[in-house]
Structure formats: structure tokens, C-alpha cells
Design a protein around this ligand. Structure first.
Ligand code: UDP
Ligand code: MG
Length: 317
């Protein structure tokens, strides 16, 4: 099979029929074999009935239904597991992404050998309350991940199927799939300017809160990506720094005290317990040891999960 479409849908009943007929039209024109996997993410309207209806007249349409709303990331993850096509395309169900872009995306994956191609909604049809935070979000993500994309969170993306079979997307991490893919070693990431259309039916499911949660997720992701398998490298480094800091001060305090008793015999201006650095030294030593212990515990936990695969073999002879 050439292409698998993965389409998360929450309360998109009006869009489903139009979207499916549009997709099958484009696929037929270009002669692709394809499947469309809808994931009904706990819709409360007739989305599931619509999906079932489409399935009756077109066996390429498949549907999975969550028993409640689990979020876009969970929906995508399930779709990734099910997909059978050589190229996997994700898109939104709300008709804001155009299936006409897919043949070109397919070509970029197949011929130019991109691991992942992300859509770029260069000309967006969204309110400024959405486009402005998004600009900021993209700039931060670009800096922190080193991936040169303009639009990380575009719903329309195409993947080599090997990518989606080897990454896991959870929580709200659908915004960072390119980053997750890069961590997994799929570094040939490209983008293509895509047409973005106005929402025709329904309403947007993501509010302003996306900015805060998006930023927190980014921090988690950077941390996990770097240190999940070796937490001691993070906590240990901080612990050593803190400990050395405290240790240096302790030596100085001891030295001054010895000096006042045995060498110069000039009494200290202030007693040890009256000196600020005494307290600094104390706190730094304690924190240093704490960080070290945290590192050990975290490493023990990381060891428990070695069975979870954290490498990927691409070829063997
Ligand atoms: N979506 C979903 N689960 C959710 C929220 C959204 O499956 O909890 C789907 C939604 O149906 C749509 C896509 O994710 O197909 C993008 O959502 P939306 O269009 O509301 O986001 P926006 O375009 O406003 O960023
Ligand atoms: Mg939308």
C-alpha cells in the first residue's frame, strides 16, 4: 500500500463526508493505493456514525473509536501502530488541510528520501490570538531542538513508515513529533508550504492554554531526550558542582579558624557561626548530596526500563 492517512477527529461530523470524498478523488487521480484511518477521539456528535457510513461505500476507509477523549497525540499514536502504507500522512479532520498536497509530500518522502516532511501554513486562516503565540512557540522550539522548521504544529505531515513505527507520541506531544523523530535518529526533516483553509464546520479544540502546556512539554521533552536514559549525568553534574562549592567554602572557614588559633593568633572578626559563607557552605553541601542521591535513584529507575527499546537497527546483514 502506498499511503496511509491518519485522521484524528473530535466532533467533526460535518467535515467527514467531504474530506473522505476529496481524499479518494485525489488518490484515484494519481493512482495511489491507500487507506484512511479515522480515529474518533471521544466525539459527542455523530462523527462515528459518519465514519461508519463512509466505510460502507468505500472499503479503504477504516475507523477506530476511543471510549472517551484521549487527545490528539493518543489518536495519532494508535493510527501510527495500525498504518500499513509505505508513506504515512497525518492530517486534521476539519478540512483545514488539503489532500491535494499529499502527492507532492509522497514524492518528497519516496524520491528525496525525507524521513519526515512537515506542512508549513505560511498563509494562515486563524485569528491573531493563535498565530502570534504560535510564532513565538515555533521560534523557541526551533532554537531548543535545532530543527529548522517554521511550523512544528502543522497537522499535515508525511512520514516514512519506519519513522512512525519507531516513535511514541503521548500526552500533548503531538506538537513535537519532529523533535521526537530527531531524537530517534530520523534527522532528514523537511518542510513544504501548504495551503491552509478556513475552518468550515465545527470549532477549534485548542484554546490559549496550549501556549503554556506547549512550553512545559518542550522542557520535559528536552530533558527526557537528553537524560532519560542517564539521569545521573544531569543530577550528578549539578550535585558535584554544588558539593565542590560547599567544600571550597568549608576549607576556607576551617583555614581561617586554624590560622586564628595556631598561626597568626589574631582572633576572628566574627565567629564561624556568624559568617554568611558558613551557611552557604552548609546548604551547598546538603543540596549536593541530595542531588547525588536523586541521581542514583533516577538511574535505578532508568535501569528498570531497559527492556523498553531505546535503539533502532535499520539494517543488518
Ligand atoms: N482533535 C482530536 N482530539 C482532541 C482535539 C482535537 O482528535 O482532543 C482533532 C480535531 O478533530 C482536528 C485536529 O485534532 O481534526 C485539530 O484540531 P483543531 O482543528 O481543533 O485544532 P486547530 O486547527 O484549531 O489547531
Ligand atoms: Mg483546525
Amino acid at each position: 500500500m502506498d499511503i496511509s492517512f491518519i485522521i484524528p477527529a473530535k466532533d467533526e461530523e460535518e467535515s467527514i463526508p467531504e474530506l473522505t470524498s476529496w481524499i479518494s478523488r485525489v488518490m484515484q487521480t494519481h493512482g495511489f493505493s491507500y487507506e484512511v484511518i479515522f480515529i474518533d477521539d471521544g466525539s459527542s456528535d455523530g462523527t462515528w456514525e459518519q465514519i461508519k457510513k463512509q466505510r460502507e461505500s468505500n472499503p479503504s476507509i477504516k475507523g477506530l473509536k476511543f471510549n472517551r477523549n484521549f487527545g490528539k497525540a493518543a489518536a495519532l499514536q494508535v493510527g501510527f501502530k495500525e498504518a500499513q502504507g509505505e508513506v504515512v500522512v497525518t492530517m486534521d479532520a476539519d478540512l483545514q488541510d488539503s489532500p491535494e498536497e499529499v502527492p507532492e509530500l509522497y514524492k518528497m518522502i519516496k524520491e528525496q528520501k525525507f524521513d519526515l516532511v512537515s506542512g508549513w501554513k505560511k498563509k494562515r486562516h486563524d485569528p491573531i490570538s493563535k498565530t502570534l503565540p504560535s510564532k513565538f512557540f515555533n521560534a523557541v522550539t526551533r532554537r531548543m531542538s535545532g530543527i529548522k522548521l517554521h511550523d512544528f504544529n502543522c497537522g499535515l505531515k508525511a512520514y516514512n513508515s519506519q519513522v512512525v513505527k519507531n516513535i511514541s507520541v503521548y500526552g500533548d506531544m503531538h506538537r513535537f513529533i519532529p523533535v521526537i523523530a530527531k531524537w530517534a535518529g530520523f534527522a532528514k526533516i523537511g518542510e513544504k508550504v501548504v495551503e491552509h483553509r478556513e475552518r468550515k464546520y465545527g470549532y477549534s479544540k485548542f484554546g490559549w492554554r496550549r501556549l503554556i502546556s506547549g512550553f512545559l512539554d518542550l522542557l520535559t521533552l528536552m530533558f527526557v531526550g537528553k537524560f532519560a536514559k542517564k539521569p545521573m549525568h544531569f543530577f550528578g553534574t549539578m550535585g558535584i558542582l554544588s558539593f565542590l562549592f560547599g567544600f571550597g567554602f568549608t576549607i576556607k572557614i576551617l583555614w581561617d579558624k586554624m590560622d586564628s588559633i595556631y598561626i597568626s593568633k589574631i582572633p576572628l572578626k566574627r565567629e564561624v557561626y556568624q559568617q554568611p559563607i558558613f551557611y552557604l557552605a552548609l546548604v551547598a553541601l546538603v543540596i549536593g548530596v541530595q542531588l547525588f542521591l536523586t541521581g542514583f535513584l533516577a538511574d535505578l529507575l532508568a535501569r528498570q526500563s531497559v527492556s523498553k527499546k531505546d535503539y533502532l537497527i535499520v539494517e543488518s546483514v
